[in-house]
Design a protein. Structure first.
Ligand code: ARG
Length: 570
């Protein structure tokens, strides 16, 4: 149990002795550390419902809090806040836990081993990765990491777009203009070229559209040659896509099950929906799902010619996932352009008996580029290779300036550059636009990967030096300041797990990033005014080294969840 949960339970017990407390108890972090480590406004809430003075209620509650080792002191403040100060003993034993559990520190049982499916990345075959696919890949992988860490059984799925009429066009274009060797050399680039060619030619000669459609129809009806071609397109595309994942590092899926996997699972779904009148006839024999909400347009589930759609495959996917894994939740990490679509999808699913509200759209905003053309003419296609290359180049420049003597400069630049791109995305609130800003991203100050990595390396370097450095310090020590800076870190440690849980509940990696950033700031401020290696008293020295080690451990654990690697020196 986290300290926050323990405070909550102590408070609940104390309050229930006097009041029938139906209000949920909220525990917050006071903005000002002088107001304690945790605070609750329960007395004010009760005061309102009971028409009583909240301060009196607070006093009664506080009287009923039994003596315990966790809490050092309880204060009533302002209109009736109850503020809790955690005992030094508790804080120190939490630090000991970090040193003992090391890379496992922060793991917990919030998820109670319940299954959560996390679907992310899901690019479309034969097309370059879009910016939104990159965001989905990074955010989704991190959520998968965090959920697993706090005790869920996660299943990660890449729902690739490997089905649809566009493949007919590609087949046509390849048969007419394509070359095997060229395609195998640079699969996605060549397929994109073939697409563009198809569209250019179709503008001059519209009959091409029909020819493309026919190729897809033949394919669906079992044409051997076309099926072979399609399989080959998928295979070659995945080679390219996997290269991208490799460059990003740390991207892993338990399953890659594309839309085509559901090819034979759609007719049953369609039948069930039609029988239950969930799918009703629309225009000219198409089938649709309709909604009471007038702001929601109907969702087409089958076209007038009987063909299936993206939505048909998604409904079949939903049913399949629920039947196979019985998940508590299914997260769809997809950009907000599909907000309405997922609303339609889940509302439709609600009418089926097998659906229990498992679906959740983890939506994210658009990437806004601050200072660089990161997109091609199409506006939406990311040249990820270029972006990563540029990030690494810029990281190398900074390293050359800051630490010209460093060994492995290229390796460090790779880790810093890739880390910077990922961290930049993960440190921002996903529900708003995500700003891509080179300067901010690679800055050694502020909430950036290099700042975090630098803080980690700094802590590690202190720990390395501790083995050889002289032990008798001569510095004069400012006792009050040292106590204050140390206390700030000790008080921050238990919040790692608490904020991880918070991030897991809200599906927001930036909550973890924000916590780590604040911890790093506290550590840098500690290090600037507290002599560690040169501490006067050897006991103090040892303790401060432990503080340093705990911070470096938490930074490492937290950054690993964000997919950001650390370096020992930079
Ligand atoms: N392939 C889709 C696209 O690129 C994203 C798939 C999202 N997942 C889903 N189950 N619909 O837009």
């Amino acid at each position: 149990m986290t300290i926050k949960d323990q405070i909550k339970s102590i408070l609940e017990k104390a309050a229930s002795k006097i009041f029938k407390c139906s209000e949920p108890i909220n525990i917050q972090y006071p903005v000002d550390i002088l107001h304690g480590d945790y605070a609750s406004n329960i007395a004010m809430k009760l005061g309102k419902t009971m028409q009583k003075n909240p301060r009196e209620i607070a006093e009664q509650i506080v009287k009923n809090i039994p003596k315990n080792t966790i809490i050092e002191k309880v204060e009533i403040a302002g209109p009736g806040f109850i503020n809790f100060f955690i005992s030094e003993k508790t804080l120190k034993s939490e630090m000991a836990k970090v040193l003992k559990e090391k890379a496992k520190y922060g793991k917990c049982n919030e998820g109670k081993k319940k299954t959560v499916i996390v679907e992310y990345s899901s690019p479309n075959i034969a097309k370059p990765l879009g910016v939104h696919h990159l965001l989905s890949t990074i955010i989704g992988q991190t959520l998968n990491n965090i959920l697993g860490y706090v005790g869920y059984k996660t299943i990660s799925i890449n729902h690739i777009g490997d089905w649809g009429t566009q493949f007919g066009k590609l087949i046509y274009a390849y048969k007419k203009w394509g070359k095997k060797e060229v395609l195998e050399k640079a699969p996605i680039a060549e397929m994109l070229k073939l697409y563009v060619k198809f569209h250019d030619e179709a503008e001059k000669d519209p009959t091409l559209e029909d020819l493309g459609r026919k190729e897809f129809k033949d394919f669906e009806e079992g044409d051997k040659e076309n099926r072979k071609l399609w399989e080959w397109f998928v295979k070659e595309s995945l080679k390219d896509i996997n290269k991208t994942y490799k460059k990003l590092s740390g991207i892993k899926f338990d399953f890659t099950l594309g839309e085509s996997f559901y090819e034979d699972k759609m007719s049953e779904l369609l039948e069930e929906g039609k029988k239950k009148k969930i799918f009703v006839e629309g225009d000219e024999g198409s089938y649709i799902a309709q909604f009471d909400d007038e702001n929601m347009s109907p969702m087409v589930i089958q076209k007038k010619d009987g063909a299936t759609l993206y939505s048909t495959r998604d409904m079949a996917t939903l049913k399949y996932r629920i039947g196979r894994w019985h998940p508590e939740k299914i997260l769809y990490v997809v950009d907000m352009a599909q907000n309405m679509y997922f609303k339609q999808l889940f509302q439709t699913a609600k009418r089926f008996p097998w659906y229990k509200d498992e679906g959740f759209h983890v939506s994210f905003g658009r990437m806004r580029m601050e200072d660089m053309q990161m997109s091609t003419r199409k506006g939406n296609i990311i040249l990820l290779d270029q972006v990563l290359e540029e990030a690494i180049k810029r990281a190398k420049k900074i390293i050359e300036q800051k630490s010209p003597k460093l060994k492995n400069k290229d390796k460090v630049a790779g880790i810093v550059g890739v880390g910077a791109v990922k961290y930049n995305i993960l440190s921002q609130n996903r529900s708003t636009d995500i700003v891509f800003d080179w300067n901010k991203m690679l800055s050694l100050e502020g909430n950036s990967a290099p700042y975090m990595q630098y803080t980690y390396a700094r802590a590690r370097s202190i720990l390395r030096k501790a083995k050889s450095a002289k032990k008798d310090g001569k510095t004069t020590e400012n006792k009050t300041e040292i106590a204050e800076k140390t206390s700030h870190i000790l008080r921050a440690i238990p919040k790692f797990e608490e904020q991880l849980i918070h991030a897991a509940r809200d599906y927001k990696p930036n909550l973890l990033s924000q916590y780590l950033y604040e911890l790093a700031q506290k550590f840098n401020s500690f290090y600037n005014s507290v002599p560690v290696l040169t501490a006067k008293d050897p006991k103090d020295r040892l303790f401060r080294l432990k503080v340093t080690q705990s911070v470096s451990q938490i930074l490492q654990n937290g950054l690993a969840l964000l997919g950001v690697a650390v370096v020992e020196e930079m």
